[in-house]
Design a protein around this ligand. Structure first.
Ligand SMILES: Cc1cc2nc3c(=O)[nH]c(=O)nc-3n(C[C@H](O)[C@H](O)[C@H](O)COP(=O)(O)O)c2cc1C
Length: 174
């Protein structure tokens, strides 16, 4: 199984990218490709810009890379309760090419933040809208207080209960 994983964040030190990478690695025998949304350059979306350039190349490439997946793992960063602007912008461009951004693939949605809320608000928003964007959500998990529950040296979740929850979630992708 080929899993495409990414953090919905443009931070070079994204904790969500780290979490998505870890979660995907928990599927035994899977081939994992980790995307970085910074690799998909798109201008700020506006309908005027869309009339000018048509489809943004970065969004075309993002959709093409998702198309390669048998399953997708996304971990959402939360900015003021919603997607970070950079991800929302890429997502908006992609949705104008193919509203089924996740292309009817099985997905696991994760979210984390340094605080106790674990980015639950953005996770709930993403999960609620998933059917409109072709995401077949098999499970969703919020990880609170990321820095207390993840070890960067081993790139692994240290809290056994959370690790078990993530393993059970990604097992549903098979
Ligand atoms: C503009 C901004 C807004 C934020 N809003 C929230 C928020 O609503 N909830 C939350 O838990 N964390 C919030 N944070 C903190 C992020 O969770 C934190 O920066 C986290 O590292 C983002 O994930 P990332 O490292 O994957 O980008 C915010 C951070 C920024 C810069």
């Amino acid at each position: 199984m080929r899993i495409v994983a990414f953090g919905a964040s443009n931070s070079s030190t994204s904790i969500n990218k780290a979490l998505a990478t870890y979660a995907a690695s928990q599927v035994e025998g899977a081939q994992v490709q980790v995307l970085d949304i910074n690799d998909y350059s798109v201008p700020m979306f506006s309908e005027d810009k869309e009339k000018e350039i048509g489809q943004a190349e970065g969004a075309q490439q993002f959709l093409a890379d998702l198309a390669e997946a048998d399953a997708i793992v996304v971990s959402y960063a939360e900015h003021n309760g919603y997607y970070p602007a950079a991800y929302k912008n890429l997502f908006d461009w992609a949705s104008r090419i193919n509203r089924s951004v996740f292309q009817d693939k099985p997905v696991v949605y994760l979210a984390t933040s340094p605080g106790p809320g674990g980015a639950q608000t953005v996770l709930a928003a993403a999960t609620a809208s998933a059917p409109y964007f072709g995401a077949d959500v098999k499970a969703s998990v919020s990880v609170p207080s990321f820095y207390d529950n993840f070890d960067f040296e081993t790139a692994a979740v240290t809290n056994q209960e959370i690790a078990d929850e993530i393993k059970a979630a990604v097992a549903k992708l098979a």
